[in-house]
Design a protein around this ligand. Structure first.
Ligand SMILES: Nc1ncnc2c1ncn2[C@@H]1O[C@H](COP(=O)(O)OP(=O)(O)O)[C@@H](O)[C@H]1O
Ligand code: SF4
Ligand SMILES: [Mg+2]
Length: 333
């Protein structure tokens, strides 16, 4: 199926996900989340640890752990509702049409298997190609990601590669079958900062070269600058702000997004001088516990701008600027 003629490849509507304790007490980890992804776009998903990013990523592929449950909503992928899909349909979508890149390349890669064989295995599992076509496809994928050293990487074992190269191998596995959507959950979490940009450049070239749409999940807004087309900000499982990257990161509206950005080192937060001894600010207060949430805005206990209505109910999303949507009483809601 080509995706060039459809407006959105992914349409998520009013998604609710909860985890259940042994005593069957539910904690909501994703609450009323709606968003779209266009073909070939990079959507950044931003939020502190515990905000529901990985829950969202895994539930899009219906890979929640046993105690997680999608309670409500719809996930339309290329026009098909994944919540209605049979296990067999899901199996054919995972890896072939939607790929998930894990956080930790050491865990995801087999230590005693050559890299080329590991990428080839993904092709063998999902594609119905004959041996010759499979070899050719493998060469194309590895060449795309390691143009200067395709052969050396192909015959290497994971421990012979750098962190950035291992992460590229995971990306090779993810795109081997030509998916239209890649979900990358904190893909640069385990590499040093010098390698981070290199990996992000790979995502940019995936989008340009293969037209792949990417959901790039991170707790670090600076990784999205110059890369993501739009940014979705999650707080305690809710979308608090979504819009074009420039609007959300340079003219953020939600007090939580603003607080996140204040925690960044310069230059994104606007200061000119980096003092290595100065501690970065952190958002005051703790992220809320899912089972102790009150009626009002989830950010209210930590919000410096809170006022009268904030404790009474959750603010609704409003759009004060083109394509820029925020859920905060300061803008209506
Ligand atoms: N298997 C699980 N059982 C119960 N609670 C979970 C489970 N996995 C995650 N959670 C809770 O769900 C919330 C969201 O977690 P997660 O999606 O991992 O956030 P993030 O990826 O943004 O760090 C957190 O409060 C976390 O403790
Ligand atoms: S609704 Fe109120 S408490 Fe919530 S972010 Fe806006 S101002 Fe702060
Ligand atoms: Mg996570």
């Amino acid at each position: 199926m080509t995706t060039g003629d459809i407006e959105f490849i992914l349409e998520v509507r009013n998604l609710h996900v909860a985890y259940f304790s042994r005593a069957r007490v539910a904690s909501s980890a994703v609450v009323d989340v709606s968003f779209d992804v266009r073909p070939g776009e990079i959507l950044g998903v931003l939020g502190e640890s515990g905000s529901g990013k990985s829950t969202l990523a895994t539930c899009l592929l219906r890979l929640l752990p046993a105690n997680g449950e999608i309670q409500q909503g719809s996930i339309l992928f290329e026009g098909r509702d994944l919540l209605q899909a049979t296990p067999r349909e899901l199996e054919s979508i995972r890896g072939r049409r939607i790929a998930l890149i894990n956080q930790e390349p050491w865990v995801a890669l087999h230590p005693t298997m050559r890299v080329g064989d590991q990428v080839g295995e993904v092709l063998a599992a999902h594609e119905y190609l004959d041996k010759k076509s499979r070899r050719e496809r493998l060469r194309q994928v590895l060449e795309g990601l390691f143009p200067a050293e395709t052969n050396r990487i192909s015959f290497s074992y994971p421990h012979q590669l750098s962190g950035g190269q291992r992460q590229r191998v995971l990306i090779a596995q993810a795109i081997a079958c030509g998916p239209s959507l890649v979900i990358a959950d904190e893909p640069t979490a385990s590499v040093d900062s010098a390698t981070q940009r290199e990996i992000l450049t790979v995502f940019e070239s995936l989008r340009r070269g293969f037209g792949v749409a990417i959901i790039l999940i991170t707790h670090n807004p600076s990784l999205l600058v110059g890369l993501a087309d739009r940014v979705l900000v999650l707080y305690a499982g809710r979308v608090v702000e979504i819009g074009p990257t420039e609007s959300v990161l340079s003219h953020s509206l939600h007090p939580y997004t603003q607080a996140l950005l204040r925690c960044l080192p310069p230059p994104l937060c606007g200061a000119n001088v980096v003092n290595r001894k100065t501690k970065l600010p952190v958002i005051a207060g703790d992220a809320p516990k899912l089972n102790t949430l009150s009626l009002g805005c989830r950010f209210e206990p930590r919000c410096e701008d809170r006022f009268e209505p904030c404790r009474t109910r959750e603010p609704l999303p409003v759009s004060p600027a083109d394509e820029h949507v925020v859920s905060c009483f300061k803008f209506g809601g």
